[in-house]
Design a protein around this ligand. Structure first.
Ligand code: NDP
Length: 287
């Protein structure tokens, strides 16, 4: 047990230093005029992603379901410096909407340099109750629409030497209680886009895929779920968004925010029993 703890601590220090030394820095100039499509951009991390691109004078298409909110976000993007900011309302549970959104972006921007897949459907924070219908729906929104949009945008990204950015979660590497359907969608994303990374590299494709693993972020929807249930610290959405953009712009195949999610994911692989113990005891739950 003692050796395990020493090993964990040493790994934490080594990984922290490695992350500090090897994280590429963003050249904001490179994003000037970039043609970007961001999903789930009406609120939360997606909204912050749109604002960061706007400050770098990018051309942006944003999407989510609520048109009136998208309109406000697009207006703010323009006031922050976006060369262009347009929106399209779409429901990613709908089979044709993912294709329509990509077509809309290609039409408005004349191509794509970045596709940032970030949206998620709402799901309860509770023990699995056998609701298959909800899980199927969530798979459509959080997984199938991602692969549909990625496929539709691939030709344009190939032409522009572009980047595909997939926003994932620590829960896509480390199963956690109360979120079985959500965790499953993130594991599916990691598996699919991990395989696609190999295939694109083997085909010598121009397109880079960045899979970004996030820990707990202080968005309203996340905080509403975990308030009073966990003491895990939440990190700012604005900073998470910046890390997502940097991952895409610097073509990192994997990125982690905050940095210790990298350690948490590795620790789960190396020491599953200890990690499972900490996961289960990090929630206030009485049966
Ligand atoms: P939010 O719940 O704040 O935002 C979700 C976005 O998706 C909104 O813009 C929402 O807008 C849109 N959306 C919801 N349902 C649909 C739908 N059916 N079709 C199209 N768009 C939809 O999420 P966060 O900002 O918290 O999370 C963003 C990403 O970060 C997600 O991929 C999430 O898994 C990941 N992440 C977040 C963490 C966190 O703690 N916040 C932790 C780890 C990962 P609208 O309602 O207008 O459709």
């Amino acid at each position: 047990m003692r050796t395990s703890i020493k090993l964990v601590l040493t790994s934490v220090v080594v990984a922290f230093l490695a992350v500090q030394w090897t994280t590429p820095r963003l050249n904001a100039e490179s994003l000037k005029g970039a043609r970007v499509l961001v999903t789930g951009a009406s609120t939360g991390i997606g909204e912050q992603i749109a604002y960061h691109y706007a400050r770098s004078n990018a051309q942006i298409v944003i999407t989510a379901r609520r048109e009136h909110v998208l309109q406000q976000v697009a207006e703010k993007c323009l006031s922050l410096g976006a060369q262009k900011a347009v929106y399209i309302a779409a429901d990613m549970a709908n089979e044709t909407d993912p294709d329509e959104v990509v077509n809309f972006a290609l039409d408005k921007l004349g191509g794509l340099d970045y596709l940032v897949l970030n949206h998620i459907g709402s799901s309860p924070f509770s023990m699995w109750d056998g609701d298959l219908e909800h899980t199927r729906w969530l798979m459509k929104v959080n997984f199938f629409s991602y692969i549909q949009m990625a496929w539709k945008a691939l030709t344009s990204l190939e032409e522009s030497k572009g980047s595909l950015v997939v926003v994932s979660s620590l829960l896509g590497k480390m199963p956690s209680p109360f979120v079985a359907p959500y965790t499953s969608t993130k594991f599916a994303l990691n598996g699919f886009f991990g395989a696609l990374q190999h295939e694109l590299a083997m085909k010598k494709s121009n397109v880079s895929i960045s899979i970004v693993t996030l820990g707990l972020i202080d968005t309203e929807s996340a905080m509403d779920k975990v308030r009073g249930i966990t003491s895990v610290p939440a990190y700012p959405a604005e900073e998470a968004a910046l890390n997502i953009i940097v991952a895409g712009a610097t073509r990192q195949s994997e990125a982690f925010y905050p940095w210790f999610t990298h350690i948490a994911a590795a620790t789960r692989e190396w020491f599953p029993s200890i990690t499972n113990y900490f996961v289960r005891t990090s929630y206030s739950y009485t049966p």
